[in-house]
Design a binder for this molecule. Structure first.
Ligand SMILES: Nc1ncnc2c1ncn2[C@@H]1O[C@H](COP(=O)(O)OP(=O)(O)OP(=O)(O)O)[C@@H](O)[C@H]1O
Ligand SMILES: [Mg+2]
Length: 326
């Protein structure tokens, strides 16, 4: 049985409009943040919930966690309605919003956990066992007694995760948990989430704008745009659909002779590389699909046009990949 089921989920926000140069008007404006969104998520899945800014990701997460009421449509999480059974559901889900905190700002981290334990009525034995595991896996020891407001972003995020998992939820909702973290902190967080999903079997729903999060974590990807679903499948399937748009820049010693551009086999045509010579006349910007033409091959082809003295890669960005849908 699916652990999350959304059926034609819709959310319309209404806000008062302020008209320029006139008195405030009461004419409301409707924003359809989510429209006709249907999906099923099975227990144990790790799902990336992707889409451009304003696509409706956070709004959907808020409807799945009971913070917002859908305008129409239906959603159940672990068999419960997030709205009608909000309190019961809270015991079965964990929620982390990267931009907000559920911890107590002025209290030591340890105290926040004690409060959460009481709120969620976690039996002492379970609490001790989970706290031990989370402290070790997330390395909380070093800052357990510091007030939350003094924690670095990475430390706080580890604390948030522990707080969201203390009651052993079956589903974990993460809305941009890696935002603002450095590379090391992101890697540690991913490692933790991977083992949580693999070993404990927790279902994870993750929104992110970070390509590496998706590559390393998400078995399945749901892409939404303007509130509606445009893709549902694996990362490999996503790449099959839209390719893997990458770019590199190469600087030549002399202005390159573009007529000599050839591929590795010595042929002149380069159907899967798009090349632009920049204003300085010596730098070339090449766009290509990493799946059909890997970067070394692109460089090899460019080399035919002259001596390359410098180059840099631009990794495919999630935004660029997702933009291919519209
Ligand atoms: N409380 C609200 N009142 C009015 N409009 C809202 C409200 N919350 C969200 N919206 C609007 O709904 C749309 C979807 O917003 P949402 O926050 O769900 O996007 P998102 O996919 O999470 O984007 P991001 O990647 O920027 O976090 C946006 O147009 C936003 O302005
Ligand atoms: Mg959001």
């Amino acid at each position: 049985m699916a652990i999350i089921e959304a059926e034609r989920l819709r959310k319309v926000f209404t806000r008062g409009q302020r008209l320029f140069g006139r008195k405030r008007s009461d004419a409301p404006v409707n924003v359809e943040a989510v429209r006709d969104l249907s999906f099923r998520i099975e227990p144990g899945e790790f799902v990336g919930f992707l889409g451009p800014n304003g696509a409706g990701k956070s709004t959907t997460i808020k409807m799945m966690t009971g913070i917002l009421h859908p305008t129409s449509g239906r959603v159940t999480v672990d068999g419960l309605s997030p709205q009608a059974d909000r309190v019961r559901l809270a015991l079965r889900i964990g929620v982390v919003f990267g931009q907000r905190t559920q911890l107590w700002w002025d209290l030591p981290l340890r105290e926040s956990f004690r409060i959460l334990r009481a709120m969620y009525r976690v039996p002492p034995v379970d609490f001790r066992r989970r706290m031990e595991m989370l402290t070790e896996l997330l390395g909380l020891d070093a800052f357990m007694d510091m007030p939350v407001r003094q924690l670095s972003l990475g430390q706080r995020m580890r604390g948030e995760l522990a707080g969201a998992l203390l009651h052993g939820p079956r589903v974990l909702f993460l809305d941009e948990p890696t935002i603002g973290l450095d590379v090391t902190a992101k890697a540690a967080l991913r490692q933790f989430l991977r083992s949580l999903n693999a070993e404990v079997g927790t279902t994870v729903i993750l929104t992110t704008h970070d390509m590496t999060d998706v590559e390393e974590l998400c078995q399945r990807i749901l892409v939404i745009n303007q509130g509606t679903q445009v893709f549902d499948g694996s990362l490999a399937e996503l790449h099959e659909r839209v390719g893997m748009p990458s770019a590199l820049r190469a600087t030549f010693r002399e202005p390159p002779d573009m007529s000599r551009l050839s591929d590795a086999g010595g042929r002149r045509s380069s159907p899967d590389i798009r090349v632009t010579v920049l204003e300085d006349g010596r730098t070339v910007h090449a766009e290509f699909n990493r799946l059909t033409c890997p970067a070394p091959q692109v460089l090899e082809r460019l080399r035919a046009a002259g001596e390359i003295v410098d180059f840099s890669m631009q990794e495919p960005r999630l935004e660029t990949i997702i933009q291919q849908f519209y």
